[in-house]
Design a protein around this ligand. Sequence first.
Ligand SMILES: [Zn+2]
Ligand SMILES: [Zn+2]
Ligand SMILES: [Zn+2]
Ligand SMILES: [Zn+2]
Length: 355
Amino acid sequence: MSENKIDIGILEEKCSWLLHPRFFPSKIGGKPAWLDLQNLPIPFVLSCKKCKDPLVFLCQIYAPYEEDENSFHRTIFIFICRNGPCCQPNSSENFLVLRCQLPRKNPFYSYEPYEENENEVFPMDKWANLCDVCGIKGPSHCAKCKKVYYCSRKHQILDWQKGHKEYCSVVQQNPTSCKINNFIVTESGKSILFKEWELIVDEEDEEDKDNVDVNHEMEKLRKLMQEKKAGSLDNVSDTELEQYTRPLPEDKVFNKFSKRVARHPDQVLRYDRDGHPLWITGNSDSFIDIPKCQYCNGERQFEFQIMPQLLNFIDVGIDLNSIDWGVLAVYTCKRSCNGGPSYKEEYIIKQDLTN
Ligand SMILES: [Zn+2]
Ligand SMILES: [Zn+2]
Ligand SMILES: [Zn+2]
Ligand SMILES: [Zn+2]
């Protein structure tokens, strides 16, 4: 059987300090570990095209172009709007993908890799003020203590309600007290940020493992997708319920997808630069038109995809109002060009099991 060797990503728990920008992590959730620490995207760029709320960091993949000295360090970031109504089938309007790259010699990081030392001093506020809640650029600060920064009025209000109210007066009385945010900012009981994980990227196994029952794995995945669609069944009508519990139609693409995924059932990423996405269904073929790079007008190529399994690890809930996807396929500038802003927008396709 001839098929491309590809890399897959699985998740591991890791102490947050080891996912600091100086270690160039691939990671899920928490705050973004920015690459260029100074020329960050402004909050307007990182707000939802539909509801205007701030987008939340979903994941980042560290993927240098070894052959290009401008991309010695290179990271792709994905942001998402957490509001369920902004998430529509086969539409990626609630997402934003940004690419950033740096030469080995740059103003932010040492030329040689950093040692894993928790106590190493690495002042981030030297470069930019970050929102205390979500970690994107924070142009405004708390008017009272002038110690914490925010991307938006929304995050400032949430922070005030969830703990800064008490903390603010402490800081005002004792300006030297160190700035620690040790409470979790939530909205409607959900944490604003996704649970943080390290993303470990490694080669996919070549053949189907003998000891994995492919049919069983396929059935498990099929069920999972149905459960996601069904969500909380309490407020679903009978007709809807019937629609959700009906077996999915025979779908060759889905069968191929499930068979391949069964090699590593927990994979959340498939990295295959200049390869092809592993689509989840053959139902939709309306999205093969990939726009050219808006910075160099060059071609884009497929780089990686995020798998639906990720939804199980980031605690998004499974009600009908939660965010959801089948696969997320990311296309980036083939040359990984250098012009334009430091964080360049790339292209993402969301494919769902439903049309
Ligand atoms: Zn939105
Ligand atoms: Zn924020
Ligand atoms: Zn304050
Ligand atoms: Zn380009």
